[in-house]
Design a protein around this ligand. Structure first.
Ligand code: PLP
Length: 483
């Protein structure tokens, strides 16, 4: 018998925990505003300051936090800065952070309903709420044949959709025999579809060459006529078209693929339609933006990320299917050690059958906290503000003859250029991001280097967007002066 223990005491946890919550609140409330948004460190700057070996003896928490301040903070790019406009946001909020903390505290592993019924039932319930909150088709609700599940990412959601679509198209035989007997499975996306779908196509074993990139129109939206033609050609060649990914809000320019037309093609051809609304789906908390989901009733599956624009910490992707049977039949495996009465009775959802990993944490908590804290009213308020400020920025850019808009701005992403060469625009982005005062990112549209500014940070206010525009104008001037 020994009473030696190396565990942190509850008393110490209380003390350090309170201080850490204060640290986080200070970071969000004031510190992050003054820190350079884009980390300015060189490669290896962080590792070179960390000891080569793990500690032999435990260290005090204060010492760890000192290293967070001195070593890690300089290497943090501040995604939570109100001046962060790069990529798509990964915004967070205090209720969500508290939900994460509670999830860590409960430490539940919810692979089966029986391993923590509340973990499963809250998730099912909250995802049914999300259907109503976003005005999604009723068929995604668990009360019918459909249902939702929280995944780690939109990439995983598309992977899951691809797997279920592949199995449905092969009468569940590719899970049994592999793909050797079924060459010629073909999937479709647009040239603007997120790269994760190509990665997923590689993972599911159809090969990159069997993901067709359909050309887009002048607004960067998929051309349904070309989709239909390609599908017919593939069928004529003896192939099996099985999956189309349509995007609501593409990553490069926020383009909206025409869901009604794509859905019609998929229905006629018996093809699985997945809709990826990773960031933009959140807009449909506001009834006036629900047009982005017109045609979604034709989809087999749908995903959006509250961890992008709905104030919910990474990771949280909501994935819905219209008919859960194909999904469960694709992914269900029941070894002896997981057998239990509730599962055998078929009375419960076991979310391990809804995605690739077995184990799962209690992610629904943070989403539940967010939805209850903000309510539909609060979410609408902030989403409307983000969109209004992005629209204002688009109008300022359109009115300044030194700049041009590079794509329509339907929601909160603005794509623009300084008139002139790519190198001028590269120089502009470099100057802006090196200033530390804000952060933007870039893409290529029609082969031309384009700056992207997405308004979606939790603490961004109108004055931040105005200041961002002033800085863009000033740095644009400086680039022009330097030739
Ligand atoms: N789909 C779209 C349209 C995206 O914009 C992104 C990321 O920005 C993804 C998918 C991938 O998201 P995740 O990181 O959740 O896999």
């Amino acid at each position: 018998m020994t009473d030696t223990s190396y565990h942190m005491t509850a008393e110490e946890f209380r003390r350090q925990g309170r201080q850490l919550v204060d640290w986080i609140a200070d970071y969000h409330e004031r510190r992050v505003i003054d820190l350079p948004v884009l980390s300015q460190v060189e490669p290896d700057a962080i590792r070179s300051r960390l000891p080569a070996q793990p500690p032999k003896q435990g260290e005090p928490f204060e010492v760890m936090m000192r290293d967070v301040e001195e070593i890690l903070l300089p290497g943090i790019t501040h995604w939570q800065s109100p001046n962060f406009y790069a990529y798509f946001p990964a915004n967070v909020s205090y209720p969500s952070i508290l939900g994460e903390l509670l999830s860590a505290g409960l430490g539940v592993q919810g692979m089966l309903w029986s391993t923590s019924p509340a973990c499963t039932e809250l998730e099912t319930h909250v995802l049914d709420w999300v259907v109503d909150l976003l005005g999604l088709p009723e068929r995604f609700k668990s009360s019918g044949r459909g249902g939702g599940v929280i995944q780690d990412s939109a990439s995983s959601a598309a992977l899951t959709a691809l797997l279920a679509a592949r199995e449905r198209a092969t009468n569940y035989q590719s899970n049994e025999k592999g793909l050797a007997d079924r060459p010629g499975l073909v999937a479709y996306a647009s040239t603007q579809t997120h790269s994760s779908v190509e990665k997923d196509a590689r993972v599911i074993g159809i090969g990159r060459a069997n993901l067709r990139a359909i050309a887009v129109d002048e607004n960067f939206a998929m051309r349904p006529d070309l989709l239909e033609r390609q599908i017919r050609e593939d069928r004529a060649d003896g192939r099996t078209p099985f999956f189309v990914c349509a995007t609501v809000g593409t990553t490069s320019s926020n383009a909206m693929d025409p869901l009604p037309e794509i859905g019609r093609v998929c229905r006629e051809q018996g093809i699985w339609m997945h809709v990826d609304a990773a960031m933009s789906g959140t807009a449909s908390v506001c009834p006036e933006f629900r047009f982005i989901h017109d045609g979604l009733e034709l989809a087999d599956s749908y995903a959006f990320n509250p961890h992008k624009w709905m104030f919910t910490n990474f990771d949280c992707d909501c994935f819905f299917v219209a008919d859960r049977t194909a999904l469960i039949r694709t992914l269900s495996i029941l070894p002896e050690y997981l057998r239990n009465r509730a599962t055998e009775a078929g009375a419960v959802i076991d979310y391990r059958d809804w995605h690739v990993p077995l184990g799962r944490r209690f992610r629904a908590l943070k989403l539940w906290f967010v939805l209850r804290h903000y309510g539909a009213e609060g979410l609408r308020h902030h989403v409307r503000q983000h969109i209004a400020w992005a629209q204002a920025l688009a109008s300022w850019i359109a009115a300044d003859e030194r700049f041009e808009l590079a794509a329509p701005a339907p929601l909160n992403l603005v794509c623009f250029r300084l008139r002139g060469s790519d190198s001028r625009n590269e120089a502009l982005l470099e100057r802006l991001n090196q200033s530390g005062k804000l952060m933007l990112s870039h893409t290529r549209l029609d082969g031309r280097y384009t700056l992207r500014l997405c308004v979606g940070q939790t603490h961004t206010e109108e004055h931040h967007v105005r200041e961002a525009w002033r800085l863009i104008q000033a740095e644009g001037e400086a680039v022009s002066r330097s030739g």
